[in-house]
Design a protein around this ligand. Sequence first.
Ligand code: PRP
Ligand code: MN
Ligand code: MG
Length: 182
Amino acid sequence: ASDIPGDFDHVLYTEEQVASRIREVAAQIDADYAGREILMVGVLNGAVMTMADLCRAMTSHMSMDWMAVSSYGAGTKSSGVVRILKDLTKDIDGRDILIVEDIIDTGLTLSYLVQNLRSRNPNSIEIMAMFRKPEAVTCPLDVKYVGFDIPNEFVVGYGLDYADKYRNLTDVATLAPHVYAS
Ligand code: PRP
Ligand code: MN
Ligand code: MG
């Protein structure tokens, strides 16, 4: 699932580097939540890989739920409009929520999500994002766990897509310019 010849410019993080960072973050989360049960909320579709690997690297008691939120559509730029496509299946009143995301770019998606979930009265809300772009620092978002801070390039793989493709790339890579042009 990792080779679609010619579509990528360069690899930012290999599968091994991602896996090793996931283990470090998982250990940190286990230590922080000792004795508590975490409700991990994954943001579809991008967070599927991060959720699958992170929760298996953790030893804490956890359960999972999913939301589908989309702000990008088919392009490479945020449309600026966040839409809920699928809501949580359970009540989160009194729960300790850990939102799991693949990437924070503008921070728009998570700002909206945190505000939305906070109104449902959870005990706590924290964020784990595998990747974070520079622009995210302008957003007043309290992100407790970050995998990697990355440069402002359009990256794909490990759940991250371009026009819904390349999510199954096991490395994280930048797209070759000819892919945008077509
Ligand atoms: C992407 C990504 C984050 C969000 C980050 O999702 O997975 O959820 O954009 O961008 P932001 O910080 O500028 O809001 P997208 O809307 O593309 O949906 P997807 O997860 O299904 O790809
Ligand atoms: Mn997403
Ligand atoms: Mg996307």
